[in-house]
Design a protein around this ligand. Structure first.
Ligand SMILES: NC(=O)c1ccc[n+]([C@@H]2O[C@H](COP(=O)([O-])OP(=O)(O)OC[C@H]3O[C@@H](n4cnc5c(N)ncnc54)[C@H](O)[C@@H]3O)[C@@H](O)[C@H]2O)c1
Ligand SMILES: N[C@H](CO)Cc1c[nH]c[nH+]1
Ligand SMILES: [Zn+2]
Length: 434
């Protein structure tokens, strides 16, 4: 881990650089796969699955029996855990439902706005280094609550050409039936263009490695929306003397183990804590089964001592971490001043893993500093709003002149006429009656 001690000499550009900023080669591969999938459909998807995943599943589509059988293949303890996580995620996302907004902006002019579900959505579930079945809960639950009609799920097959039983069980639990053993760029391309087997969708959701993230970004050029760039996991911990070093180290390692391109950062106002955390990371790292992946991510990571909370908050907002853990006696100051973060975890007893799995918040979050302009996945991600208006006779007589004056000033006589003709009609009608 790189260490920075003197705030005067902080090299901000170096500190804030992510290991995933270099997209050059990846873009070339993504372009190639997109072109082939658009042209050759399933055939290209199969070829790239063989090339990148090393397998050729007999059928890309998961059969109904496979979904049913998965329940018997995982143990009761895991099923209970998934169901408990399901309940919490469901509760938190259901509570995000809002009522339509309705306002009478002028007498007789009523405007309202209502959310409608996106009809066709594609969920990407990562599976390269681990089958992240928890991501199904994070995407499928809000998609169902929002009322999305067609939900398609893609996830990379394992070495034997199958999906992990926990992926199948969780998909079935969430009521997802269109599941495909396809991952990486080829999955995103298939959902963007549609193939003989995989339906085209309107919006693609889900996290993934750099290939998946760049592919999602490219998909937007072909008229498909995406949730956000949700790439390799990141964590920034802000801690002072009140933090427990072994907890901080465990949290840093929890995100480092996602992959070599993950990044974790400690920002602290305590030199002593920094030293202790560094030591703890060394001890705990050795015990992780995914030590190799975590070790590489730890190499990319930073331990930063800052002498003031103002410098700390500038750094946090400039970095815009995906996950932000706050373990400090000055909680309120940091909460009030944090503007850019995907999801915040507060206090010594709130590990980031809680949000990854079961507390209820969504773990699909913006990385790479995109927390400056994107929210994490939430219920609104699966809806779009339509605005409505209804103007009465009284309303058009009252607001009409405003519209006429503005339309004339823009030189748009047709716009003005659409109002004038109505006003004239109403005047004549009144005269006839009167
Ligand atoms: N930001 C978030 O919300 C969030 C949430 C969960 C996970 N994540 C991140 O998701 C990522 C999951 O990555 P993963 O790799 O385990 O699974 P993945 O499913 O994202 O990617 C695996 C696929 O990548 C493709 N691939 C691998 N090497 C390739 C190459 N050289 N060329 C072209 N394609 C290639 C393969 O098709 C493979 O199936 C991790 O980086 C993790 O940190 C992020
Ligand atoms: N930390 C990941 C989001 O960056 C989500 C996840 C899934 N499983 C474990 N962790
Ligand atoms: Zn995680």
């Amino acid at each position: 881990m790189k260490k920075y001690f003197d705030p005067q000499k902080i090299d901000w550009e170096d500190i804030l650089s992510r290991p995933t900023r270099t997209f050059g080669d990846i873009e070339e591969t993504v372009n190639e796969v997109f072109k082939a999938v658009r042209r050759d459909g399933d055939k290209a998807v199969r070829e790239y699955t063989l090339r990148f995943d090393g397998v050729s599943p007999e059928s890309m589509a998961v059969q109904e029996e496979e979904l049913m059988e998965a329940e018997g293949a995982i143990d009761g303890e895991l099923k209970n855990a998934i169901r408990r996580a399901y309940d919490n995620i469901y509760k938190f996302h259901k509570a995000q439902k809002t009522s339509p907004v309705e306002v009478e902006t002028s007498p007789g002019v009523i405007c309202w706005q209502q959310k409608k579900p996106i009809q066709k959505v594609g969920l990407y579930i990562p599976g390269g280094t681990a089958p992240l079945f928890s991501t199904i809960l994070m995407l499928a639950i809000p998609a169902k609550i929002a009322g999305c009609k067609e939900i398609v799920l893609c996830s990379p097959p394992d070495k034997s050409g199958n999906l992990h039983p926990a992926v199948l069980y969780t998909a079935a639990l969430c009521g997802i039936t269109r599941v495909f053993k396809v991952g990486g760029i080829q999955a995103v391309a298939a959902m963007a263009f549609g193939t003989e087997s995989i339906p085209k969708v309107f919006k693609i959701f889900g996290p993934g490695n750099q290939y998946v993230t760049v592919a999602k970004q490219l998909a937007t050029r072909y008229g498909v929306a995406i949730d956000m760039p949700a790439g390799p996991s990141e964590l920034l911990v802000l801690a002072d003397d009140t933090a427990i070093p072994s907890f901080v180290a465990a949290d840093l390692l929890s995100q480092a183990e996602h992959g070599a391109d993950s990044q974790v950062v400690l920002v602290t106002t305590s030199r002593e804590l920094l030293q202790k955390v560094e030591k703890e990371v060394g001890i705990q790292l050795g015990k992780l089964p995914r030590k190799d992946l975590a070790e590489k991510a730890i190499d990319n990571s930073r331990l930063i001592y800052v002498s003031s909370r103002e410098t700390a908050i500038d750094l946090i907002n400039e970095y815009g971490p995906e996950h932000f853990i706050l373990c400090t006696a000055e909680e309120e100051y940091y909460l009030e001043n944090t503007i850019n973060a995907g999801s915040v975890f507060i206090g010594n007893y709130t590990p980031e893993s809680a949000g990854d799995y079961a507390s209820g918040t969504n773990h699909t979050l913006p990385t790479n500093g995109y927390a400056k302009q994107y929210s994490g996945v939430n219920l609104d991600s699966f809806t779009k709003s339509i605005t409505y208006q209804k103007i009465s006779e009284k309303g058009i007589m009252d607001l009409g002149e405003t519209i006429e004056v503005m339309a004339a000033a823009e030189g748009l006589q047709g716009h003005k006429n659409a109002v004038t003709i109505r006003k004239e009609y109403l005047r004549q009608a009144i005269q006839k009656v009167g």
